[in-house]
Design a protein around this ligand. Structure first.
Ligand code: GTP
Ligand code: PEP
Length: 240
């Protein structure tokens, strides 16, 4: 609550599967051992960048994973236990309910946990645009899925994620956000190719560290950095 009494700022809901099952489509590119570590790194970079966004008031992570819960709570996120075996949309509705149980007038935004290149200022631009509509969403980089869905104060979230969710969210009456210069908010990582695209944008420090540890990762990160010996852009603190 601001000093003038206004109840402002977005409450974010971030869903995260147990790490043992997360990012299954990445295992072909990264190997089974590395996949859960990367899934955790993506979530840490996503949540750290979200918490650094001036328009974000708080972040609730819906997860049953004990390690991820501990690490994300240490960043400042609230951990909401999942409803087991009900899937992503139930987890998101549950997270929004948990937020609004504490703050009934909350404006809620869901954000996927696989956005390792997320920039706080870009998330801010998306949220400013979303604030004009009762419900709004941002399509993923492939223009097929969704990375963010918002519901204004008093509006039901009604999430319809999974597969081609951009079309589903459009059909549900949510407004598509088309603001420019928000590539990092759309850059979800499901495959090895997506990971290379995120590294080229510049990922947060947790993902950068994992990429450097991976047998093939150092070459990828050096490639993204450009000049040999220069500090990779991925290792910089979050910038605009
Ligand atoms: N809490 C919770 N989060 C989920 C659930 N299913 C998916 N998610 C999260 O929702 C986002 C998008 O999920 P998916 O694309 O289905 O799963 P993923 O782990 O990212 O990738 P794949 O395993 O390759 O499908 C990610 O942040 C997931 O961790 C669920 O049942 N509960
Ligand atoms: C669940 C979704 O994401 P993903 O691309 O990770 O499957 C979605 O876009 O609705």
């Amino acid at each position: 609550m601001r000093r003038d009494g206004a109840d402002v700022g977005w409450s974010l809901v971030v869903p995260l599967k147990p790490l043992v099952r997360a990012k299954s489509r990445l295992s072909a590119a990264t190997g089974e051992e590395f996949r859960p570590r990367l899934a955790l790194a993506f979530a840490l970079d996503t949540v750290a960048a979200a918490l650094a966004c001036a328009d974000v008031r708080d972040v609730a992570v819906v997860t049953d994973d004990p390690l991820a819960g501990e690490r994300l709570a240490a960043l400042g996120a609230r951990i909401v236990p999942d409803i087991p075996a009900r899937g992503l949309n139930a987890a998101l509705a549950h997270g929004a309910d948990a937020v609004r149980a504490r703050r009934p007038g909350a404006a809620v935004a869901t954000l996927n946990a696989d956005l390792p290149a997320l920039r706080p200022a870009e998330l801010g631009r998306v949220l400013h645009s979303a604030a004009q509509f009762p419900r709004a969403f941002l399509a993923d980089a492939a223009d097929i899925g969704t990375t963010l869905l918002t519901a204004a104060s008093g509006v039901e979230l009604a999430p319809a994620f999974g597969g081609p969710s951009r079309a589903r969210h459009l059909a549900s009456g949510a407004r598509e956000i088309t603001v420019a210069r928000v590539a990092s908010v759309r850059r979800d990582v499901d495959t090895g190719e997506d990971l290379r695209a995120a590294l080229a944008l510049g990922v947060g420090p947790h993902t950068a560290r994992q990429a450097l540890r991976h047998p093939d990762g150092a070459a990828t990160v050096d490639g993204a950095a450009g000049a040999a010996g220069a500090p990779p852009p991925e290792l910089r603190a979050y910038g605009a």
